[in-house]
Ligand binder design. Structure first.
Ligand SMILES: *Cc1c(COP(=O)(O)O)cnc(C)c1O
Length: 384
């Protein structure tokens, strides 16, 4: 962040999310280009950041939407994502949510259980519609990421298990208002070891071979999202390596005639463009430690408290000699801590602190716990 930006921050009420929309656009450009080269379809996972301004920018790149609630489907639609590029996943879709998605005529429901498909069939019938669905399969591939964000192994609640697949496909054929159009996979999030995606490709090849033997070829294969970002050094990896990611699927996935590939990226599209900006309220000296107490708390950014996530923390206004601090929020929970033993320039009350790489799963998870205000948000292109 340059001096002019920081000067403007001085006059703004903290805490707030700051989005570098130039970086966002460059990231979207890189992702669309890398996917487009192979003819792959991109859907943005709205749950990563549902800020309408961010959504408006993303849809302008011709990217579709991946939703996990009826309200996300509605938001995607109001923010300009065309219905035929909206997919909708989730283990617990309510009747009302299913109705919203059917009325919008979305591209595809990613379905996670037989009882869910039966309910979609009934509601679609009552509306005189046919629902296009994909089966979300739990491929039993370990994402090698934090266990809270691993979703593709058999002990998770997500998707159909492989041994259930034939039965599920047979059941779909019997349902008049269901059209099975694809298979869906999403094995986890913040995956930085790309060999995990190689494993996924090979597993899906195996599944397809088996299905083909039964005469089943489905036109759409959706590989979900999960590509990780560099939290340790945001500036080393401002734009994720989309080219290498998509190349894996190009090289290893055995695409069958007429098949189209879909991806649902969330974090990798928006993660690096956002920072949480806050002010230092107090510097408190403990017996063995110094604490920097921010005016931002876990209600503004939950990831560190929720899954011990690491975010880089920078002091934007001090240049003193470095010292070690624990950086904490004001909330009455010991988990309200953004970082332990972090080196910062000598820090004082009033300094501006940036918590980096907060564009994904940041603002969207903010709450009013302790009846605190929700954080504000600013965009580089409108504030500067
Ligand atoms: C969360 C989610 C995504 C996006 O995951 P990222 O790690 O943010 O890319 C994609 N698809 C589904 C079904 C999800 O639940």
């Amino acid at each position: 962040m340059n001096i002019d930006t920081i000067k403007i921050f001085q006059s703004l009420k903290t805490p707030f999310y700051y989005y570098d929309t130039t970086l966002l656009r460059a990231t979207l450009q890189a992702a669309s280009q890398a996917a487009g080269q192979h003819g792959f379809h991109l859907h943005y996972a709205i749950k990563a950041n549902a800020n309408p301004k961010i959504l408006d920018i993303i849809q302008s790149y011709g990217i579709g939407a991946d939703c996990v609630s009826g309200n996300e489907v509605a938001r995607a639609s109001t923010c300009g994502f065309p219905a035929d590029r909206i997919v909708y996943a989730g283990v617990g879709k309510s009747d009302e949510e299913i109705r919203i998605a059917l009325e919008k005529e979305i591209f595809c429901f990613n379905c996670e259980s037989l009882p869910e498909i039966e309910v979609i069939n009934t509601i679609a019938g009552s509306l005189g519609k046919k629902a296009a669905i994909a089966l979300r399969i739990n491929p039993n591939v370990d994402a090698h990421t934090h266990h809270y964000i691993t979703t593709g192994i058999e002990e998770n609640k997500f998707g159909f298990y492989l041994y259930d697949l034939d039965r599920a496909i047979a059941a779909c054929k019997e349902l008049e208002h269901i059209q099975l159009i694809g298979l869906h996979f999403h094995i986890g999030s913040q995956i930085t070891d790309l060999t995990v995606f190689r494993g996924l490709c090979l597993r899906v090849n195996e599944i397809q071979t088996r299905l083909k033997e039964h005469g089943v070829i489905l036109p759409h294969i959706n590989f979900g999202g999960g590509l990780g970002i560099n939290y340790d050094c945001p500036t080393c990896g401002l734009i994720p390596d989309f080219a290498s990611y998509f190349q894996i699927f190009e090289d290893l996935f055995e695409v069958l005639p007429g098949q189209q590939l879909h991806f649902e990226l969330g974090r990798s599209l928006v993660g690096q463009c956002g920072s949480l900006i806050s002010r230092v309220l107090y510097v408190k000296e403990g017996k063995h430690k110094k604490f920097v107490i921010l005016d931002a708390g876990m209600n503004d950014l939950l990831r560190p408290a929720l899954y011990q996530a690491f975010h880089r923390i920078e002091n934007l206004t001090s240049v003193g000699t470095h010292e070690k601090y624990d950086i904490v929020g004001p909330i009455c929970e010991s988990s309200d801590c953004f970082g332990k033993d972090r080196e910062l320039p000598a820090t004082n009350r009033g300094d501006l602190i940036a918590i980096r790489s907060c564009g994904a799963y940041g603002e969207v998870m903010a709450s009013q716990y302790n009846l605190r205000n929700l954080p504000g948000n600013y965009f580089s292109e409108s504030v500067l």
